[in-house]
Structure formats: structure tokens, C-alpha cells
Design a protein around this ligand. Structure first.
Ligand code: NDP
Length: 241
């Protein structure tokens, strides 16, 4: 039987590429999204991957959403925590709401979603929890105290849960992308990309969402069973850890 994978924020950008890569690798994939019905329905029509609308920032919504996915596809073997948002602004201008929104979607969600699947994985003796971090959580970034804190938090969460899952054949890892050409990065003005971002990337280009999809497929596979608590960086050499 094909393993079941749930990708949060799996209908657009990097998440969509991850969903498709997992499907092509033979998984039964469910893609979650928050509110963009048009993009999600279009994605589902094109790929045949079912979509599930709920907010990863709310625990009750996660519980209901995961229950629906499991009722339709079966127990979740692979959870990809990909959903994420930015609310960039300098620290002096940052509001408590901008801090909380980013923490809720990018960090609280890791607890909520993993909580919904971890015990089942333990019982079945197999699991993969893969979280999409960010180069900016590794090196820090002006205007992103909220986002960088959440993404750095993902690494600590991952190293701790990896220790708790290890004996049950559950691996927990982070993939930390650099700048990838998605809507999130297209929101950065082109002159800022040209002047400030691209010169920092030794390979001289943005990454492709599919390149992150392949990292996730590897970490989800049986071949990666000895890799846990780690961060796989995919950033074109922008920041070497
Ligand atoms: P996009 O903005 O292109 O897509 C975000 C996805 O997340 C959408 O599917 C969106 O759903 C979903 N989402 C947002 N909030 C929620 C929520 N509360 N509940 C459920 N789903 C939600 O993002 P990217 O593809 O660019 O980013 C994906 C991940 O990669 C993020 O974690 C991001 O931080 C990380 N990352 C991105 C980089 C980049 O260069 N793009 C670099 C490093 C890391 P909907 O369509 O309904 O809005």
C-alpha cells in the first residue's frame, strides 16, 4: 500500500512542488491550504491531488483536518510542515499582531500538526516529519525578527522531537531553503532582488521549488532512515552551515 503524505500549504509554491514530487515518488498525497480556493482547486484539477482547507495556526482546525485526511486516505505516514507566511518589517515598526501571526502559522503549527500524527506514527512504527525552515532562520535577516525566530524555533523543535521518535522509526528533519522563485519571493521588489539578494547567492540564481521537492522526497524515503534531527540546507551556497 502506498504511504500517505500530508503537505501543509501544499497547493502553491514550494508546497505544490513537494506535493507533486511525493505523488510522482508513489505516495498518496493530501495537500492542505488556508484560504485561496481558486489556486487550490486549480492545483487539484491539474494534479489529481486532493486538497483540504484548514488553518494550521489553530489546533482544533488541525485536528479536524487531519481526521478528514485520514478518513479519506488512511493514516498519515509523512507530514510535511510547509505552510508559512511572512509579515516583514523592522523591529521598531513590528506590531504584536505581526509577531503572533507569524509565530502561529510558522511555529505553533509544528506542534499542532505533529501532535495530531505523532502517536499514530509511534503505534505503527514508522513516520517522517519534515519541516520547511529557511536560510533566514539560520543567519537572521533585517526585517524578519518574527520569521527568523519561528524558523530557528523549527530547528530546536525538530532536534527534540527527533530524540522522542527515534526508537519508533520516526525521523524528524528540516529542509532549509534559500531564496526560491515563488509568490513569497516575487513579493520582494525586482530591484531589491537584483541588488541585494542575487549577489549573495554563489550559484547566481534563485532556487526552483522542484529542487526543494526532491530534498523532501529523499528525507521521506527509507534510504534516509539514519538521518534524523538534521537540517538539510538548499540555498545555492548563500549560507554554509
Ligand atoms: P507561498 O506563499 O507561495 O504558499 C504558501 C502556502 O501556505 C499556500 O498554500 C497557503 O495557502 C499556505 N498557508 C499559509 N498560511 C496557512 C495556514 N494558516 N494554514 C494552512 N496553510 C497556510 O509560500 P512559499 O511556497 O514561498 O513558502 C513555503 C514554505 O517555504 C514556507 O514555510 C516558507 O517560509 C518557506 N520558505 C520559502 C522560501 C522562498 O524563497 N519562497 C525560502 C525559504 C523558506 P493559500 O494558498 O490558501 O494561501
Amino acid at each position: 500500500m502506498a504511504r500517505v503524505a500530508l503537505v501543509t500549504g501544499g497547493s502553491r509554491g514550494i508546497g505544490a512542488a513537494i506535493s507533486v514530487a511525493l505523488k510522482e515518488a508513489g505516495y498518496q498525497v493530501a495537500a492542505n491550504y488556508a484560504g485561496n480556493d481558486q489556486a487550490a482547486n486549480e492545483f487539484s484539477k491539474q494534479t489529481g491531488i486532493p486538497v483540504f482547507k484548514f488553518s494550521v495556526a489553530e489546533f482544533d482546525a488541525c485536528k479536524e483536518g487531519v481526521a478528514k485526511v485520514e478518513a479519506e486516505l488512511g493514516p498519515i505516514d509523512v507530514l510535511v510542515n510547509n505552510a508559512g507566511i511572512t509579515r516583514d518589517t523592522s523591529f521598531s515598526k513590528m506590531t504584536p499582531e505581526q509577531w503572533r501571526e507569524v509565530m502561529a502559522t510558522n511555529l505553533d503549527s509544528l506542534f499542532f500538526m505533529s501532535k495530531c500524527v505523532f502517536d499514530g506514527m509511534k503505534k505503527r512504527g514508522f513516520g517522517r516529519i519534515i519541516t520547511i525552515g529557511s536560510v533566514n532562520g539560520q543567519k537572521g535577516q533585517f526585517g524578519q525578527t518574527n520569521y527568523a525566530a519561528a524558523k530557528a524555533g523549527a530547528a530546536g523543535f525538530t532536534k527534540s522531537l527527533a530524540q522522542e521518535g527515534a526508537r519508533s522509526n520516526i525521523t524528524v528533519n528540516v529542509v532549509a531553503p534559500g531564496y526560491i522563485g515563488t509568490d513569497m519571493v516575487k513579493a520582494v521588489p525586482q530591484e531589491v532582488l537584483n541588488a541585494k539578494v542575487l549577489p549573495q547567492i554563489p550559484v547566481g540564481r534563485l532556487g526552483e521549488p522542484e529542487e526543494i521537492g526532491r530534498c523532501v522526497v529523499f528525507l521521506a524515503s527509507d534510504d534516509a532512515g539514519f538521518i534524523t534531527g538534521s537540517t538539510l540546507t538548499a540555498n545555492g551556497g548563500q549560507y554554509m552551515t
